[in-house]
Design a protein. Structure first.
Length: 172
């Protein structure tokens, strides 16, 4: 796995694996950011049981979750997990959310690189993600990161509120 050196982050920022002490901060970020984009009703990840205990959920085999800290404060996160209901070899980029102060500083690109490198290291061949209309900056990041839009959902995420779907090959 590589680190965020490929993308320049401010000196007071670092990306690291989630720890149990981060659970409350990550849950709060998810619960603040998702409604900002209208993603707080049924069918959105804000209601996933894992939100309250991200560190425990992402400790499972094939899972990894990272947080970004700025001056010691968690300001965002993202993870990789097997795509539920899909064949082996396909992971999902999950719960990638950033507070406003994390946006525009390279956090998204750095986090994306670490997540994709981790997915490769875990042996995944493809990475899938779901998003929705209105998350325009995120979709630009996904496309810059090699994701291609696909016409329909994959797997069984339960996120029927999402209406945009992307897939990326994870060649070495």
């Amino acid at each position: 796995m590589t680190t965020a050196e490929a993308v320049t982050l401010p000196a007071d920022c670092r990306i690291r694996p989630i720890e149990p002490g981060d659970d409350a901060a990550v849950a709060a970020i998810i619960r603040v950011v998702m409604p900002e984009f209208g993603a707080d009703g049924p069918g959105f990840a804000i209601h996933d049981a894992e939100v309250a205990a991200m560190s425990a959920h992402y400790a499972a085999p094939g899972h990894v979750y990272f947080v970004i800290e700025r001056a010691g404060r968690v300001i965002g996160g993202a993870g990789i997990a097997p795509l539920s209901g899909a064949t082996d070899g396909i992971c999902e980029l999950r719960k990638m959310y950033f507070l406003p102060e994390a946006r525009g500083i390279g956090a998204g690109a750095a986090m994306m690189q670490i997540c994709l490198d981790s997915a490769r290291a875990l042996g995944y061949r493809q990475c899938y993600l779901e998003t929705l209309t209105g998350m325009d900056a995120a979709q630009k990041l996904y496309e810059r990161s090699g994701f291609a839009r696909i016409p329909q959902a994959m797997g069984a995420t339960g996120h029927f509120g999402c209406n945009r779907f992307y897939l990326r090959e994870l060649d070495a």
